[in-house]
Design a protein around this ligand. Structure first.
Ligand code: SAH
Length: 388
């Protein structure tokens, strides 16, 4: 293909070792074609698939960057990503999918570690201090959060460390220490201390302001998120005053944008308590009174709403990769909203859920819109418009 040179120019030196960008051997137009075909293969039995919306500049799109740490036998500290499917750290200083400033902050922290006698956590022995770093940046606000994930709570040099990193990056707006003493694959632990700033950042999406805490889910590609949410709102076809459910709502983004776009009454449900707290604050920050959020399993929440004979007009659903479940879908059918908008980050579980829904109810899928949220990786996001 004609765009081969582009591929070579951007190909990454740790492409094979890292494994994060599974499609890097393809040019960007070829990647989009690959994803389009995959979605069609899985979903065209429900309805024709719209053309995937790609990014104009598909680089450095990630607003959240995570790094793992490791000290080699010679005592050299390495930071980077886990080799896919393993716990071996591949050293990287920059990545073409990650935010440039976030990558620079991670390298700077790594270089500061020895002078503060900060050790790195060893997964085999469970000993050592620094496990991970997480950087989140609001692309619209330029607020930056640095999270230091440590294996133990005692951080003797914390004040001087904070001063030293802020001297290099005065644009960092908050620094948080998250303590994760567990032998676990999860990056973040339960306890955290704010070392500097407010403990959260804010960002703006589709004209609405959002607060993001260290542990809350927030879409990692804000440019494409606006495209995705724009489609979700278009599919909801709000005329004004509808009752809308935002399920698997995270920090309330879709529901809040729906409320700003005419929904009369919005009810959100989300399992993660930190995200629900953010969602409640976000509703207030956007001057919305007609919106409530509940900390609940989405399936349980749907069952309760259906049992109460509530009749929402529109249901947004945006489950994690595992997709939704039968409890949720049965309640959805019982509730019988006019429109269902399904946002999915996994076309396989989407296909399973759409099959269940269409086989067990008169609902039909009318539009399937893939949006490329994760260039160079094999991940695919879709939004579907469903009604009877
Ligand atoms: N709609 C949001 C979040 C989507 S990610 C956005 O666009 O930002 C999926 C969300 O589902 C995450 O916030 C996750 O915490 C939540 N979640 C996972 N399992 C859940 C369940 N069983 N019930 C409710 N929420 C769940």
């Amino acid at each position: 293909m004609s765009n081969r040179p582009e591929t070579n120019k951007h190909s990454c030196p740790v492409y094979k070792k890292c494994g994060g960008c599974q499609l890097q051997n393809l040019s960007y137009p070829e990647q989009l074609e690959f994803k389009q075909k995959k979605v069609e293969k899985l979903l065209k039995r429900f309805c024709p698939v719209e053309k995937i919306i790609g990014m104009k500049t598909p680089y450095h799109y990630r607003n959240k960057v995570q790094a793992a740490f490791y000290t080699d036998k010679k005592g050299k500290i390495i930071s980077g990503v886990y080799q896919s499917g393993s716990h071996h750290v591949v050293g990287i200083d920059s990545c073409q999918t990650e935010d440039v400033i976030a990558d620079k902050i991670i390298v700077a922290v790594r270089k500061l570690l020895p002078s503060f006698r900060m050790t790195t956590y060893n997964e085999d022995t469970g000993k050592g201090f620094l496990r991970h770093i997480l950087v989140k940046r609001g692309f619209a606000t330029n607020q930056i959060m640095l999270v230091l994930v440590t294996g133990t709570p005692v951080f003797p040099s914390k004040n001087n460390f904070v001063k030293a990193i802020l001297k290099q990056f005065p644009e960092i707006t908050t620094i948080v220490q998250n303590i994760n003493p567990y032998r676990t694959n999860l990056v973040l632990g339960d306890n955290q201390k704010v070392l500097y700033g407010k403990g959260y950042i804010e960002d703006i999406l589709c004209g609405c302001k959002f607060r993001i805490s260290p542990k809350s889910f927030y879409q990692i590609n804000p440019v494409q998120t606006e495209v995705l949410y724009g489609k979700a709102i278009e599919f909801a076809d709000l005329k004004g005053n509808e009752t809308v459910l935002d399920t698997y709502c995270g920090i309330g983004t879709i529901g809040i944008i729906a409320a700003k776009n005419g929904a009369g009454n919005v009810i959100g449900a989300e399992l993660n308590g930190d995200a629900v707290r953010d969602a409640i604050v976000n509703a207030r920050a956007n001057n919305l009174k007609n919106i409530r959020f509940y900390k609940a399993d989405a399936g349980e929440f749907m069952r309760e709403v259906a049992d109460e004979d509530e009749k929402p007009d529109v249901v947004f659903m945006d489950p994690p990769r595992a997709g939704s479940d039968q409890k949720f879908l049965d309640s959805l059918i019982k509730m019988s909203p006019k429109t269902v908008v399904y946002v999915s980050c996994n076309p396989e579980t989407l296909a399973r859920d759409l099959a269940y829904l269409t086989q067990n109810s008169p609902y039909k899928v009318h539009k399937i819109q893939p949006v490329d949220m994760f260039p160079h990786t094999a991940h695919i996001e879709c939004v579907c418009e469903i009604f009877k």
